[in-house]
Each structure stands twice: as C-alpha cells, then as structure tokens.
Write a protein that binds this ligand. Structure first.
Ligand SMILES: N[C@@H](CCC(=O)N[C@@H](CS)C(=O)NCC(=O)O)C(=O)O
Length: 313
C-alpha cells in the first residue's frame, strides 16, 4: 500500500486543518516540508504548477486542496467521519464558510502591520517584504475578496459570539456531539490568530471557544515521519497512479477523455496546471501529466472553486 505523504509547512492554517484530519482519523503519514513562499520546485514537480499548501501525495497521485484531501482521507479511513452520514451538505457548507469567510477575516487581521511585525519578529526586513510580495502575487487574478482590516476587526466579535453561543448551548462540536470537517475548517483561522501574540487577545473573551479549541488541538496530528522532497519525488516516479473508475466520467463541459486541459483555482493561487483529462466526476477532476522528475502523475482537484479550460492545440 502506498503511504500518505503530506507536503506542508508548520505555520500554514490549511496545513493545520489537514494535520488535524490525519490526527482525528489516527493515520500515519510522511511529512515533507515545503517553503512557505515561491519558488517551490520540488512541490511543482509533483503538482505541475499548483503552489498552495498543503498537498497530499499517495504514490503517483497528487491531491490538491484540503476540500478534496478530506474526501480522500475519508476513503482511506471512514471512521471517525469528516462528513457524518446524513449531514454531508451541512458539514461541507460550514467548512466552506470557515475556509473562506473566517479565513479571510483572520488573514486581514493577522496581516495588519503590527501583527505581521509580531509574527516575523527577529527576522530580517527583507524576509517580511519578500513574504508580502509573494502573497500579493498569490492573490493576483483571483476572485477572493478579503475585508479591510477595520471591517474584519468590527465583524470578528460577531462571528466569535455566534460560535460561542452555539458551543455553549449545543454540545461540544459544531454539528453536536461529534466532530466533523466543519470544526476543523472553523478552527484553523482561529489557530492562526491564537498563534500571534499581537492579536490573540481577540479570542480571550470566549471560554466555550477556547475549550472547543483545546478539544480539537487534542486530536493531534497522527503519527508522522519526516521525508525528504527528493524521496517523495522518487516515490511518485516509481509508482503507477491508482486505476481510475471506468464508469462515472461526467464532463459538464462536454470534454472528452484525453483532451489537453488547464486546471486552476479561481479564488487565489490561480496558476494553471496543464495535463490531459483522465477522469471527471461530480466532485473531482483528474489530469495526467508527465514530469521530467516525477514521471507520470495524476493530479486531482475538487470541482468547486476550480475551472477547467481546453488547451487549443
Ligand atoms: N482552498 C485551499 C486553500 C489553501 C491555502 O490557502 N493555503 C495557504 C496556506 S494556509 C497558501 O497556499 N498560501 C500560499 C503558500 O503556501 O504558498 C485548500 O483548502 O487547500
């Protein structure tokens, strides 16, 4: 069986979401550390252009985006469920709210000059400037909207108070007694806030939230062992991507198997990944690409939040 390999870096909120999924499910995995800013040549050898964090690799299959990673891990180990039976839509919708609205609020607050200064304290100014340039480029050409810091600061207590009230009245997790993907997606923007002494005060007035955060933190990150990027690339090169279902090709755009396509995120980090279409289903797009270092890989994307364009030959 191919092992799970997570490409990530410690400070990334979405990577924390993925690590907690692994922890909740009690999975073992290999940890490949990637740079937080471009260039990321080893990651790009696997993804073909997708640069966001984290990415899950299983042999020659590369899974982009935590929304898809969650489903892939659910297939790996069904229980405890990230999408509890009968609550699939509400879990996914709440997760989207956390990953987008709460995340953008947290970023807006954390990227205020004094908060950035605290986060990067002791680092040369060039590093901070380089980080800001990188993130400006990340958000170029995307549809994501981030509130102004003043707006985010005004709205943050409303969002927190809603969560506080519900947790106080309705069980230990967002959907009640059991955790789900919704908790992890609401947690990671708050985790990012809690890690910065300049803004962590914004979580102080909410005892139920803090108890919930401690419960989620206790899921841990599963058992991980470090792996060098070269080793992950070797594994991809020597592996054959998982066989794809013969049924279930449902191209909403009238595409055919084998069509040359470019897939990219629409919100931010919109770098296209070129390949040939090898599978599409309701909620997943898979393209094949041949990389000089990683060999033939299948790169998987969720459908929501991504677009597929046919490349004219
Ligand atoms: N929708 C993506 C969002 C991932 C994301 O925004 N990750 C951030 C880090 S928390 C990122 O990629 N930042 C730029 C980078 O790491 O290069 C997901 O769920 O995986």
């Amino acid at each position: 069986m191919n092992e799970l390999i997570l490409h990530h870096y410690p400070q990334s909120p979405f990577a924390e979401k993925a690590r907690l999924m692994l922890g909740l499910k009690g999975l073992s995995w290999h940890s490949v550390l990637i740079p937080p800013v471009m260039p990321k040549p080893d990651l790009i050898a696997l993804t073909g252009g997708y640069r966001r964090t984290p990415v899950l690799q299983i042999g020659g299959d590369i899974y982009c985006d935590t929304a898809l990673i969650a489903h892939r891990l659910e297939r790996e180990k069904a229980v405890p469920a990230l999408f509890p039976e009968g609550q699939e839509a509400i879990a996914a919708a709440l997760a989207q709210f956390g990953d987008q609205l709460l995340f953008q609020h947290s970023i807006a607050i954390n990227f205020q000059p004094h908060a950035l200064q605290a986060r990067f304290s002791g680092m040369p100014e060039e590093v901070v400037k380089g980080f800001l340039r990188d993130r400006q480029a990340l958000f170029a050409n995307g549809t994501a909207s981030r509130p102004e810091p003043e707006v985010a600061l005004a709205q943050w207590p409303v969002l927190m108070q809603r969560l506080e009230t519900q947790l106080d009245r309705n069980g230990e997790y967002l959907l009640g007694d059991e955790p789900s993907i919704a908790d992890l997606a609401w947690y990671h923007p708050l985790w990012f806030m809690a890690a910065n002494a300049a803004v962590s005060v914004l979580l102080e007035d909410y005892p139920a939230i803090r108890a919930w955060m401690a419960r989620i933190n206790d899921f841990g990150a599963g058992a991980s062992v470090r792996m060098e990027p070269e080793e992950a690339i070797r594994i991809a090169r020597e592996a054959t991507p998982e066989a794809l279902p013969e049924q279930g090709f449902v191209s909403s755009a009238g595409l055919r198997l084998g069509d040359p396509v470019a897939v990219c995120a629409v919100d931010y980090g919109c770098d296209p990944v070129n390949g040939s279409l090898v599978h599409e289903e309701q909620d997943e797009i898979v393209i094949a690409r041949d990389d000089p270092r990683a060999g033939r890989v299948h790169v998987h994307f969720p459908r929501v939040g991504y677009r597929v364009d046919v490349l004219k030959s």
